[in-house]
Design a protein around this ligand. Structure first.
Ligand code: SAM
Ligand code: SF4
Length: 322
C-alpha cells in the first residue's frame, strides 16, 4: 500500500484524461479552453500500465476526470480498461454532464460504477450564465437515467456568493426526493481566478450550522472516507456533503494521488509541479513505475498552503481535474 511519512494511505487515483473542456465555468475557464499546452494525452495502453502499477500498490478506486473526460472518443475503452484491471474495485468519473443523457448506458456497459456531476445552479438561466451552456435540463434527465441504471450519483456544487449561495434551500429540496449525494464545495483560489475568488468565496461553516439546525445529522466518517463531511436527514432520500478545503485538518484525511492527462504525478492538487512518470508508461514498465511512485511519495507535504493564498502551479482545476 502506498503510504506517506504522515501515515496517510493512498488507495484512490484521480486520473485526468484530457484538459480540454467545452464549458466556460466562471471560476475555472471563464474564457473557455485555451489550446496553449501539450495535448499529447495519455493513450489507452499508457493508462493501462498506469492503473496496473497503482493497483499493484494497493489502489482500489480510480476516478476519471479532466477537463471534460467525456470529450475523449475512447472514453468507454478507458473505463473498460480501468474496470478490468485486477485490484480496481471502483471506477468513477467526474463530468459536466454535457454528454450524460446520450452516453450513460455506454459508460455503464463499459464498467462505470459511479458519477460526480457538476451542477452549480438549479436555475437554467443562472446555470447558463455560469457555464456558458443551456444544458441543465438534459443534465438532470441524464442523472435520472444514471440512477435508473443503478449508478451512484454525487452532484458537485461550488458555493459562490454572487451566484448560488442563495439557492441553498432549493438544493436541499431537490435532494429530499432524489437519492443523490449533493456536495457543496468551497470555492478554491487558483492561479487564474484571484479576483473571482475574492468576490465569491464563502465558507461552508454557516451552511453546516444551517443543516444541523434544520434536523440534519452528521455521519461518522469511515476510515477510508474522503474529505467531505456528510449529513443525512430522516425525511430526505439524498444526502448532503460539505467540502471545506480551507478548514483546519482538511489534508489529514487525504487519500488520493493525481495524474495529469500528460502523465505527471501530482502529490497535491496545489503542488508546485507535476512529476514526470511518462517514460515508464511509454515503455509499459509497471515495475519501474511502482518503484518511481513509492520513491516520489516521500516528497508529499503535510498540507496545502491555500489558506495563505499559495496555489502552487495550478492555474485552474481543468488542468488536473479537481
Ligand atoms: N469538467 C468536469 C466537471 O466540471 O465536473 C471535471 C473537471 S472539474 C475541474 C472537477 C470539479 O472541480 C468540478 O466539480 C468543478 O466544479 C470543480 N472546480 C473547478 N474549479 C474549482 C475551484 N476553483 N474551486 C472549487 N471547485 C472547483
Ligand atoms: Fe470545464 Fe469542469 Fe472547469 Fe467547468 S469546472 S470549465 S466543466 S473543467
Amino acid at each position: 500500500m502506498l503510504e506517506d511519512k504522515f501515515g496517510r494511505r493512498f488507495h484512490y487515483l484521480r486520473l485526468s484524461i484530457t484538459d480540454v473542456c467545452n464549458f466556460r465555468c466562471d471560476y475555472c475557464l471563464p474564457d473557455g479552453y485555451a489550446c496553449d499546452s501539450d495535448r499529447n494525452f495519455l493513450s489507452v495502453s499508457e493508462i493501462q500500465t498506469l492503473v496496473k502499477g497503482f493497483a499493484a500498490l494497493g489502489t482500489s478506486k480510480v476516478r476519471i476526470t479532466g477537463g471534460e473526460p467525456s470529450l475523449r472518443k475512447d472514453l468507454a475503452e478507458i473505463i473498460k480498461n480501468c474496470a478490468n484491471t485486477p485490484g480496481i474495485e471502483h471506477v468513477a468519473m467526474t463530468t459536466n454532464g454535457y454528454k450524460l443523457e446520450s452516453n450513460i448506458q455506454t459508460w455503464v456497459d463499459a464498467g462505470l460504477d459511479s458519477l460526480n456531476v457538476s451542477i452549480d445552479s438549479l436555475d437554467p438561466r443562472m446555470f447558463q450564465s455560469i457555464t456558458g451552456h443551456d444544458s441543465l435540463d438534459s443534465i438532470l434527465t441524464g442523472i435520472d437515467k444514471a440512477l435508473a441504471l443503478g449508478v451512484k450519483v454525487k452532484v458537485n456544487v461550488v458555493l459562490m456568493k454572487q451566484y448560488n449561495a442563495a439557492e441553498f434551500s432549493q438544493f436541499l429540496n431537490w435532494v429530499k426526493s432524489t437519492p443523490i449525494s449533493l456536495r457543496f464545495i468551497e470555492l478554491m483560489q487558483t492561479g487564474d481566478n484571484l479576483t473571482f475568488f475574492q468576490e465569491n468565496h464563502v465558507s461552508g461553516l454557516p451552511f453546516k450550522e444551517q443543516l444541523l439546525e434544520s434536523g440534519w445529522s452528521q455521519l461518522i466518517r469511515s476510515k477510508t472516507a474522503g474529505p467531505a463531511q456528510e449529513f443525512y436527514h430522516p425525511d430526505s432520500e439524498g444526502r448532503i456533503g460539505l467540502i471545506m478545503p480551507y478548514s483546519k485538518d482538511f489534508c489529514g484525511t487525504c487519500n488520493r494521488l493525481r495524474v495529469s492527462a500528460i502523465g505527471k504525478l501530482h502529490l497535491c492538487l496545489f503542488a508546485e509541479q507535476g512529476l514526470d512518470i511518462r517514460a515508464s508508461l511509454q515503455s509499459a514498465d509497471s515495475i519501474e513505475l511502482q518503484k518511481q511512485l513509492s520513491s516520489l511519495l516521500s516528497d508529499k507535504e503535510a498540507t496545502h498552503w491555500l489558506q495563505d493564498g499559495y496555489t502552487g502551479g495550478t492555474k485552474h482545476l481543468a488542468m488536473l481535474g479537481g
